[in-house]
Ligand binder design. Sequence first.
Ligand SMILES: Nc1ncnc2c1ncn2[C@@H]1O[C@H](COP(=O)(O)OP(=O)(O)O)[C@@H](O)[C@H]1O
Ligand SMILES: [Mg+2]
Length: 380
Amino acid sequence: VCYDPAVLSAGHKRRRAPRTVRSLNALPDSLHDVLSSLGDAVIVTDVADRIVMFNQAAEELTGLAEAQVIQRLCTEVFAATPTIGAMLQRTRAVGQNQSCGEETLRVAKRSVPVRLSCSPIWGRDHVQGAALIIQDLSYQKKLEDEARRNETLARLGGLVAGLAHEVKNPLGGIKGAAQLLAKRFAHQPEVGEYTGVMIREIDRLSRLVEQLLTLGAPPAPPLDPVNVHKVIRDVLALMETERKGRKIALRLEIDPSLPDVRGDDAQLTHVFLNLVKNAIEAMPDGGMLTVITRMETDFHILRRAGSGKFLRVEIADTGSGFPPEEMERVFEPFFTTKARGTGLGLAICERIVAAHQGDIRADNRPAGGAVVTVTLPVSP
Ligand SMILES: Nc1ncnc2c1ncn2[C@@H]1O[C@H](COP(=O)(O)OP(=O)(O)O)[C@@H](O)[C@H]1O
Ligand SMILES: [Mg+2]
């Protein structure tokens, strides 16, 4: 064994590694197992950029099966992401690793933030292929977004919560006085009109203050078994008058045999109430509200969560959908596109769901309308 650093580094510089991969197609089973267990997508191409290996993570990321892409040109499969073709070409020409910090992978109408790296596979004296590694950054980005929002909240939270406390008590007094006025002048309907406005607006302010307090310090959820279906039924009952008033039909795809989730009844009611309210508000001229519950099968969420099982609830509507340019802002506190909105609904939902070790996602449906997906850990 040679420990001489000069010799070692000279050997390192000679990029023609002696570890020749002779036939890319004939991967030993053990290596194949290793590749399929990796979390990152690994795609191996031959000298003509044809795909010879496509691991399981690559299938999951692209939605394409290995059998569909094997022997096809990598540049063609990833035609919508030209960086990949350019990297493969450069890797072959220069014989060196190429990487790029952040790129948007476009596959099957989806855009995924990824990090790409591409390494040459050396034959005896020439590059005989390349290994492309695609790392999905969407979860990391989501965490970063959440962290940024939490930082802002932590900074504002104390101030806002203090202010909210100061506002809360006098509001109660003002409301009481307005109610007394209403009683005293019950014989004068025009006074009733004014006191009506006062009481309505005070109620609105009180709700805002409550929301600010929740956002400032969401109470830690007691992690009891909760029947999500009961929570959803309660929320739908609460909102029924409003829903029917707007001629919104209801479609339930609920599997009542699903297990309980771990959490707090009242807080989860708050989450689904906010989501159903948003859905109804998005359909002023009627439409369809859909609620779906089922076991979570999304591989990204399950892998992140380790071994536990998750239940998934989708609240979908046929309204205008989320504003597409502002998609990443909808969970921000105070982001609203409504004249009388507070922009706190989704921010509170996100906080509560995070405290439940769950996940919440907002998307637009291809057929139009919005869908919010909440994933919650199943009670052990
Ligand atoms: N179901 C939905 N369809 C379309 N847009 C939605 C939906 N839910 C939320 N949004 C968008 O997200 C924004 C933030 O929602 P939210 O935090 O609940 O605050 P608010 O409802 O007070 O505006 C809304 O103003 C709206 O632009
Ligand atoms: Mg709302």
